[in-house]
Design a binder for this molecule. Structure first.
Ligand code: PLP
Length: 368
């Protein structure tokens, strides 16, 4: 069969490996598996969120409130915007998809950093758009400027902080850049890890209400999948001016998130203290990874997120990741991005101690 030819250039997203696969393929006891490849919050949610999920389960036969009034209202209050400035997606992934489909066709150009969130490119290519990437792996706004001035772009993606590398631009540099962008270019500010970044360094904080007031061509994206520990529920959101939001709603399928997802998101926003504690623990644990890397003589990228990318100089990251997998430790090998490095989500103290033990053994075995 022939298909839409734009799909010839589209690669399938490779998600972090699930626990079930490691059980099936390597026969590891599921209780012993340490899954640190998808940047989930290992501390989970506040107990009240679990309660509400159990209580709402018997309502599963009813379609969810498609207006998503309560979740939008809670987000609007949190971010000091109006409900009409909010769109909800099945993960912020879906909002990325809406943005791309709202702007792009085969004549369009989409600009992004060389090494950034893979879905920007995948969604853009689905429309046949041309991908423009800056030469540096990490975000460099001078490079964005240069390419934008010479070639233009219909969408610019900035990942703040950046997945999979962990670096983060300062908010004031981003604002300065936004001053130079044409009002017809949509700028997507992906804040999937903003909660972590602003905790570590206030200079990284993007304030959506300020941004959308000053720059009507921007959209801020947030998600419940990372700091809010609801990856399995698929809830994300976009904050932008009404004109953008109304356009994205034309692309939104009805009932795009479930009754349970809505309830979980609403409840999670009532327990910000719980989330803050998770973030605090994340950075305490991050320092043990930095210490481990230093002890082994490995370089790493200082991270503003809940993961750390460590270069495995002198070893093959692909081999190390594979050996860890056989021992039930799931991390992300970065070979596909052209890096001899692994990206590890920061786990609990217990998980991290075990990771170091396994890594010690695996590194020892692989010594050249
Ligand atoms: C995880 C992630 C998202 C979206 O995740 P969803 O689960 O779809 O909300 C978006 N951008 C980046 C950079 C991410 O790492």
């Amino acid at each position: 069969m022939t298909y839409n030819s734009v799909l010839d250039n589209v690669q399938t997203y490779e998600a972090g490996k699930p626990i079930e696969l490691v059980v099936r393929e390597y026969g590891v006891d599921p209780k012993k598996i340490i899954k640190l490849a998808s940047n989930e919050n290992p501390y989970g949610v506040a107990p009240e969120v679990v309660d509400i999920l159990q209580r709402k389960a018997c309502n599963a036969y009813v379609y969810p409130d498609d207006s998503m009034y309560e979740l939008k209202d809670s987000l609007a209050k949190k971010f000091q915007v109006d409900s009409s400035n909010v769109v909800i997606g099945a993960g912020s992934d879906q909002v990325i998809e809406f943005c791309v489909h709202a702007k792009c066709n085969t004549n369009s150009k989409v600009l992004m950093a060389k090494t950034t969130f893979a879905m920007y490119e995948i969604y853009a290519k689905q429309t046949g758009a041309t991908i423009l990437k800056t030469p540096s792996d990490e975000h460099n706004l001078d490079e964005f400027r240069e390419i934008y001035k010479s070639q233009g772009a219909d969408i610019i993606f900035l990942c703040l902080p950046n997945n999979p590398l962990g670096e983060c631009l300062d908010a004031n540099e981003v604002y300065k850049f936004l001053d130079e962008v044409d009002p017809n270019t949509l700028v997507v500010l992906d804040g999937a890890y903003q909660e972590y970044a602003k905790y570590k360094d206030g200079k990284k904080e993007i304030i959506p209400s300020d941004v959308i007031a000053k720059y009507p061509n921007t959209i801020y994206l947030g998600t419940f999948s990372k700091a809010y520990a609801l990856g399995g529920m698929r809830v994300g959101y976009g904050i932008a001016n009404e004109d953008i939001i109304q356009t994205l709603h034309k692309l939104r399928p009805p009932f795009n998130i479930t009754t349970l997802s809505l309830a979980a998101g609403i409840e999670a926003l009532k327990h910000e203290d719980f989330v803050s504690k998770c973030i605090e623990k994340n950075f305490e644990q991050m320092s043990s990874y930095e210490a481990y890397a230093k002890k082994k003589g490995f370089r790493y990228i200082p991270s503003y997120t809940n993961f750390i990318t460590i270069y495995l100089d002198g070893y093959s990251s692909k081999q190390i990741a594979q050996k860890l997998l056989q021992r039930g430790v799931i991390v992300r090998d970065m070979t596909g991005y052209g890096f001899n490095a692994i990206r590890i989500t920061i786990g609990t103290n217990d998980q991290n101690e075990k990771v170091f033990e396994h890594l010690d053994i695996v590194l020892d075995e692989s010594k050249k």
